[in-house]
Design a protein around this ligand. Structure first.
Ligand code: BGC
Length: 714
């Protein structure tokens, strides 16, 4: 089907058929095993009568159900327009990868691309065609539960990793039956919810939007993503779902997006409690006018648009535009040629949890974990007797939130992972919240019989994810009690930490000899953890989000602005400067930070002239030596600070990074090309350019350390 045929098809459609295409319901309407209508979907009974004209479904599916639903649907749909199947494949379908925040700590777009590819192969085999991923919401508040879905606090990494996922899902040929169309979300600013409370108000200045929040959505679209999801939140007072500035001026006009725009779950009718719509009719009109083309999980469109369009014929054009985009998407996915997209139960069975997918999950998990502390406790001493204690010692709930179709029964636990590598341990599983006195006594006994204590601590899966906001992000008190008991025994204590967000780790860092941040590592979690603990793999993950000492410090992100009274400059002043009286200004573990089993030494920066201009970039390089005993991977990070600009600029901002693998004793020179473009930012006129003048250029292992030189843009 080509553009002309799509136009002809739109002409044949009745108004109701068009509105049907713009309505999304759950697969539960088509009797899929295990598919439940939850939330607003359970109040959508009236839509039953329209189910043969709705354009898309979301929710549980398998190959057999997809084949059955599509066949029935095509028999009922007057024009034979195939149904579109969507879902949330966020970090894997059946083979679950680490949560996105963890994946981002690989600092390796290739890892994101590969995991998205595998996810697409599996989900497409089960009948899906669209995934609601990647989420590229910039987050500076780890209390927000959805931080686990994000790639952290830096706009450059967010954009690059989002783009890599889009490429992995879609490839360059969406017609192939093992691809998924990617839906970028949540447009825009959802990660800046006030107080880290989900769905909350977002207020961002145009400069902050342009410089920090919007670039990642744009980058993911430039990688070819075919859908965009509007966010739940208000942005500067106007709900994103009804935000014409966002959905028209920025998305369509400035960025030239020609794909499909979908609302978030129930968000069209949420315009009523937001207080900008009096009822369904208003909600439908505002959303349509702003540019929402598919209404997810409420029925304002189907209830109100037939009548509204009758009264306001000019709205009909909006329907046509929306339906054209939706049909184009179906065409791009090859659905008009093969509505079943080659789905078969045999392919599904072959693909789900394929051994090569599990291997990719294990490698991704190894690359995602971040070694935060290590005082000679790791790798494990093979002669030591090991006590493995805690809520995650032998726990299969390592998949993390948004692993909708993952099955914990396939997950490798820490205990299994260690045992399979021949590490024999005595283990004791505990509760994550209340650890009884008698369990603590058992723990003490076990610790006494061991040489090293391995504590598997952390947050339960449902403590992060959607609606998983927490006001304080420390460990439960009983887990800290267990840690204190272990530390008091005077034996090396290693903590493996599970969570979907940065955790307050000050006390853990005080007691533990080593801390490995394992996040929610997915199906192969236990294997990957054992790989790192035994030294079979050298940890190389680096944080993409700062870890605060204390929740009261939030937001604490590396790329903040200086005030007029920066504490680090006013060293003689005791009080009247920007500081907390009770906790440090800095994070406990900064953005970019992470250890390995090797030691990398950085030499001096070599810059040819220290000068660059718009058409003459600057070459800089730095020698790096592996002084350790292990082959290791170092992420060499480049930051700038624009010393005098039109607006206050971040104290540091990441502009480039490279990973190099070096053998023990090996030395290499890492080279970068610095262009004027990389030094630019959006000015008060909202135009992007770089200011001539001096910049500090810093190259180092994280956002806090590094060698620096002054460079000048002429
Ligand atoms: C979430 C979206 C998700 C959608 C569909 C919403 O609650 O905010 O991220 O894609 O549900 O499951």
């Amino acid at each position: 089907m080509n553009t002309i045929q799509i136009e002809a098809l739109v002409k044949q459609m009745t108004r109701l058929e068009k509105i049907g295409q713009m309505t999304q319901i759950t697969t539960s309407f088509f009797n899929v095993d295990g598919a439940k209508a939850t939330g607003t979907a359970s109040r959508m009974k009236d839509v039953e009568q329209h189910k043969w004209i709705v354009g898309s479904v979301l929710g549980k599916l398998d190959a057999a159900s997809m084949l059955r639903i599509q066949r029935d649907y095509l028999q009922h749909n007057r024009l034979g327009i195939p149904l579109l199947f969507m879902t949330d494949v966020v970090h894997g379908y059946k083979t679950i990868f680490p949560v996105p925040l963890a994946l981002s700590c690989s600092w390796n777009p290739e890892v994101l691309r590969r995991t998205a590819r595998v996810s697409a192969v599996e989900a497409a085999a089960a009948g899906f065609q669209v995934t609601f991923s990647p989420m590229v919401d910039l987050v500076r508040d780890p209390r927000w539960g959805r931080v686990m879905e994000s790639f952290g606090e830096d706009r450059l990494l967010l954009g690059q990793f989002g783009a890599a996922m889009v490429e992995g899902y879609q490839t360059d040929d969406l017609q192939q039956p093992d691809t998924l169309a990617a839906c970028v979300k949540h447009f825009a600013g959802y990660g800046a919810a006030e107080g880290g409370k989900d769905y909350n108000t977002v207020d961002l200045s145009p400069l902050s939007l342009y410089n920090d929040y919007l670039p990642a959505y744009h980058a993911a679209l430039q990688a070819g993503a075919r859908l965009m999801m509007a966010a739940f939140n208000t942005l500067n007072g106007v709900p994103a779902t009804a935000n014409t500035w966002l959905l028209q001026d920025i998305l369509r006009k400035q960025w030239g997006f020609d794909g499909t725009v979908i609302s978030d779950w129930g968000a069209v009718k949420e315009l009523i409690p937001h207080g900008v719509a009096a009822g369904s009719e208003d909600a439908a009109r505002l959303s349509l006018q702003a540019g929402i083309e598919i209404e997810m999980m409420t029925t304002a469109y189907i209830e109100a648009l037939p009548e509204l369009c009758e009264q306001h014929p000019e709205l009909e054009q909006k329907l046509d535009e929306a339906v054209t985009h939706i049909l184009q998407l179906k065409q791009e996915l090859g659905l008009f040629d093969d509505p079943y997209r080659g789905v078969s139960e045999a392919r599904e069975q072959e693909m789900l949890l394929h051994p090569s997918h599990r291997q990719a999950a294990r490698e991704a998990a190894v690359q995602s974990m971040v070694l935060l502390k290590n005082q000679n406790a790791l790798p494990l001493n093979p002669n030591h007797r090991l006590a493995l204690i805690g809520p995650f010692a032998d726990n299969q709930h390592l998949l993390g939130p948004w692993s909708v179709d993952g099955d914990p029964n396939h997950t490798v636990t820490v205990l299994e992972g260690l045992n399979q590598q021949g590490v024999h341990v005595q283990s004791l599983s505990t509760d994550d919240n209340r650890i009884d006195e008698d369990v603590l006594h058992q723990a003490i006994e076990l610790i006494q019989q061991s040489d090293t204590v391995l504590l598997a601590l952390g947050e339960r899966e449902e403590w992060s994810g959607e609606a998983g906001s927490r006001a304080s992000i420390g460990l439960p008190l009983d887990q800290l009690k267990l840690l204190r008991i272990a530390a008091a025994a005077g034996k090396p204590v290693i903590v493996v930490m599970f969570a979907g967000r940065p955790i307050e780790l000050a006390e853990v860092a005080h007691h533990a000899d080593a801390i490995l941040m394992a996040w929610f590592p997915g199906t192969e979690g236990g294997h990957a953890i054992a790989d790192i603990l035994t030294g079979r793999s050298n940890p190389s993950g680096r944080l993409t989000m700062s870890f605060p000492y204390h929740s009261g410090q939030i937001p604490v992100h590396y790329n903040h602005l200086n005030t007029g009274r920066p504490a680090h400059l006013l060293t003689q002043e005791k009080r009247y400067k920007t500081q907390y009286l009770d906790v440090p200004n800095e994070s406990l573990y900064p953005f970019g930070y992470g250890l390995g089993y090797s030691e990398f030494a950085y030499g001096d920066i070599d810059a040819d002239t220290c000068e660059l201009s718009i058409d003459r970039p600057l070459q800089v390089s730095i020698p790096i030596t592996n002084n350790g005993e292990y082959t290791g991977c170092e992420t060499v990070q480049v930051y700038i600070h624009d010393r005098v600009a039109e607006i206050a600029r971040p104290v540091r901002e990441l502009i480039a990074y490279q990973q190099i693998e070096l053998k023990p004793g090996e030395k290499a020179r890492v080279e970068y090309t610095i262009s004027a473009e990389m030094l630019g930012y959006y000015h008060t006129d909202l135009q992007y350019r770089a200011d001539p003048g001096e910049f500090e250029l810093i190259i180092g292992p994280d956002s806090r350390r590094g060698a620096s030189v002054m460079i000048r843009l002429v």
